[in-house]
Structure formats: C-alpha cells, structure tokens
Write a protein of this length. Structure first.
Length: 460
C-alpha cells in the first residue's frame, strides 16, 4: 500500500509540474511609431544603427512581406488591439478628420470616421486579463480623442488604455505625437520625473519596473513607443553617430538618432527578459503601425510613404520570437497583416473565442510549422486625405504577387506585380484587364462585407 501511495503521489506531483509548465506565455508586443520597412539595419539599411533589434531578429522570424492594417497610425492601433480591420471598426483616419486635411480642389468628400475606440469593442487586454494576465501599457495610444478629465466625457481620459483592459497605463492618451521627447513631457498620462530625460529611456524604465513586479503571473505588455514619430528629437550623443552620414537610406541625422534611441529602448526591455529568466517563456512581437513618412525616411525601393496605400505607406518591419514555436534566424516572405498578430497572441494564450465572435486576422502558427496560411488575400482601406494632403483616397487588395489600388476620386485602378515591380512603377491594369477586374470585384465585395465607409463625389 505504501508503494502504491508513493506512486500516486509522484503522479500527482508530475501532473502539477506539467500544469505549471503549461502556463500561457508572457506577451511583449512592441509597436514602433512610423518605423518604415527600410528603417532597420537588418532590413538592409547600411546607414542605420539598430544592433539590438538586429540581434533580436537573429533569434526569431523576420517577415519581409508584412503589412500594417492601415497607412496611418490610429486605424492600425485599433486593429491590433481588437483584431478587427479598420474598415470594420470605422476607425480609418489618424485622429479626428476635418477640413484641415481636405484639399480645396478635392474631387471627393471623405466619409465621417471614428477616432475613439468605443468601450463596446473587446480588446486583447480585456481578453487576456479575463484569463489571469497582468496587463500593462507603455507609450502611444492615440485612440481616446481630445483630452478631457471628465469621466463622463465622450473622449479623453475615460478612453485611455486603463479603461480598455490594462492594469497600468503610462503615457497612453489621445496624443498622436509627443509634445516633446524630453522631460518635462507635457503628457497628461506621464508624470514628469527628471528634467532632460529622454522619453524612450523613461518608457523602458516603466516597462521594466512592471515586468519585475508582475512576472510571477502571465503578463501582456504593450510597449508602443512614441519614437520615431515627429517631432524629431534625440539625445545629442545619438545624433552625433550620424553626422556626415547622410545619403541613400538616411535623410535626417536626428531621425537616425531617434531610430537608435528606439533600438536602445527595445534592447533594455529584452535584456530584462533575460535577467528575469523569462525570455524562454515570452512571445515577443516587434512591428510598426504604418510605413515611414517619406519626408523623414528614405523608403526606397518602396513607393511613397505614410498616408498612401502604396507599399511605402503599408509595408512594415515585423519580427516574431515565440520560443519553442519559431526557429531562430528565419526569414518568411508570406504576406501578413496587423490583425494576424492579434490572432497569434490569442492563439498563444489559449483564448477561445465564442462562436459569434470574430477576428479579421489568422494565427501565424502554421507558418512557424512550415505550413501555409489558409488565406491568400489582404485588403486595405484609406478613404481619406492624409496630413500631407498629397495622397488620393483609396483602397487596395493584394493577392499573391499582384496588388490592385482603387482611387476613389475617379474610380480608376492600378495593377502591379510586386514580384517584378516592388516600386510600383508599371501599371498593368490596361495590359491585364481581366485580372484587374477580378481583383476590383473582390475589393468591392470585401468593402461591402465589412460595411466600409467610402467617400462621396464632390459636385463640380
């Protein structure tokens, strides 16, 4: 009997240990603001200094055909935190749209757009908190509208991250960019601490403090840096690295310093995973919210930049490390999109969706196993004029190597083969009318399915 009792005890202990090891992973979701596809050394830019992100890329999977949900910031942020396409959310503009963005000679009137994430939308933080995750947000939110301290207001602090499932919010408010990168920050969600300190260093400190306090339970951490968004400010010692280095790949010395400052922030947080011995238990995702503004960054070989539905506005860096699932130093060229990251996080955490629940992305797990995704088509919708007013409101679809752009101002279409024409210089719509028509029909069907808002013609 004693031997049987001891055997049963050993089995119970084994089950307890197995259950402990089956704990869902920590999730560190890093979103850099306005980081372009060519804004990392590991992406092929020889002038930039990103040693920490480069080293991280060598430990995971680097995606070369990754896309933002939108070519501007707020829609992509809403898509990532909900898993829903911006067109479905009706959050399609970078903040509140208005006459300040509309050209006087416009041919179409942009539709009204939401710019505040309503509390009725379920976020990743809420889903993960419900299964025991500690949730922390650090950095740029830009989904709460004009700042207000009235808890009953329809915008402002009542819609900050701490009202969308996050236990802690540091820096997340309605601002699209920081008033300054140096303390005093003038940010209502970030108390001043040390005059002259750099915002990236402060966000690293706050993220690290949260990790040290809460790593005894699963953590969901959003580090959504304000860098590398305007205003262009960086520590003098980082700017000095780029003096005399301007040329292809670098237009602005300060911008180079901001990118290196971002790299320093990310590196410090990754070091803390190692220090706490939780790196092997943490899914880390590094990405951007949209392509770089081509006034600051050299997006070549891509066309255009932030605010355009061309590749320069949509294609972004993406690196994923999921210990035990991904393989180190891997490159994957499958087209993927922001909402796939939401689905991947929920997959990793073991969150089961209700039958009537939906996501507009798919988990990337099959790719990590060498399989294909059960999806061939990506859709994009930007029915607005951007801050620079130089774009044409449009939508786009990518299927295989082909991408079609629809311009809402005259309903014209452009067709590109990205495999042979990454710069989108050769419009094939007239040469391949059947393909263009088929893709355009798919785009129309998708816009209807998600109840997308579209521009209306302006009377001549």
């Amino acid at each position: 009997m004693n031997r049987l009792w001891l055997g049963a005890t050993a089995m119970v202990v084994a089950l307890i240990v197995a259950g402990a090891s089956a704990q869902p992973p920590h999730v560190l979701l890093i979103m850099v603001d306005d980081l372009g596809w060519m804004d990392l050394h590991c992406q092929g830019n020889p002038r930039l200094r990103t040693p920490r992100v480069d080293a991280f890329a060598a430990t995971g999977v680097r995606f070369t055909n990754a896309y933002a949900a939108s070519c501007v910031c707020s829609p992509s942020r809403a898509a990532l935190i909900t898993g829903l396409a911006p067109a479905r959310l009706h959050i399609t503009q970078h903040g509140a749209d208005g006459p300040q963005f509309w050209p006087k000679d416009r041919k179409v009137q942009p539709p009204p757009a939401e710019h505040i994430l309503p509390k009725s939308r379920v976020t990743l933080a809420e889903r993960l908190k419900a299964i025991g995750y500690a949730t922390g947000f650090f950095g740029k939110w830009h989904l709460s509208g004009k700042e207000s301290n009235d808890p009953n207001a329809s915008s402002g602090s009542a819609f900050w991250p701490n009202h969308h499932g996050f236990d802690v919010n540091v820096g997340g408010c309605g601002y699209g960019g920081p008033p300054t990168y140096f303390d005093p920050y003038r940010n209502p969600a970030l108390p001043n601490r040390k005059p002259g300190e750099y915002l990236g260093d402060r966000l690293a400190d706050e993220t690290i403090a949260f990790m040290r306090q809460r790593h005894d339970q699963p953590m969901f951490i959003c580090l959504w840096t304000y860098n590398v968004h305007y205003p262009f400010e960086a520590p003098a010692d980082l700017i000095a690295h780029f003096k005399g280095q301007l040329g292809p790949g670098l237009k602005n010395e300060v911008y180079g310093g901001q990118i290196e400052g971002m790299d320093r922030t990310v590196g410090r947080v990754l070091d803390t995973l190692d220090e706490l011995k939780i790196a092997d238990d943490t899914l880390v995702i590094f990405t951007s919210d949209n392509g770089a503004w081509d006034g600051a960054s050299d997006n070549r070989p891509l066309r255009a930049g932030k605010g355009y539905v061309y590749e320069g506005g949509l294609r972004i860096p993406l690196i994923v490390r999921w210990p035990g699932v991904t393989h180190a130093d891997t490159i994957n060229d499958t087209p993927v999109i922001t909402m796939d990251l939401s689905a991947t996080i929920l997959d990793a955490a073991g969150v089961k969706l209700a039958p009537d629940d939906r996501l507009d992305g798919v988990s990337l797990r099959p790719l990590f196993k060498g399989e294909a995704l059960d999806r061939e088509t990506l859709f994009f919708h930007y029915p607005h004029y951007a801050f620079h007013k130089d774009n044409r409101p449009g939508a786009a679809i990518r299927e295989g190597d082909y991408k079609l752009v629809r311009n809402f101002d005259d309903d014209s279409v452009e067709l590109y083969n990205l495999a042979s024409d990454l710069a989108e210089e050769h419009n094939l719509a007239a040469q391949e009318p059947d393909r263009a028509a088929a893709l355009n029909d798919q785009l129309t069907s998708w816009l209807r399915t998600v109840d997308a808002q579209v521009p209306t013609k302006v009377a001549p």
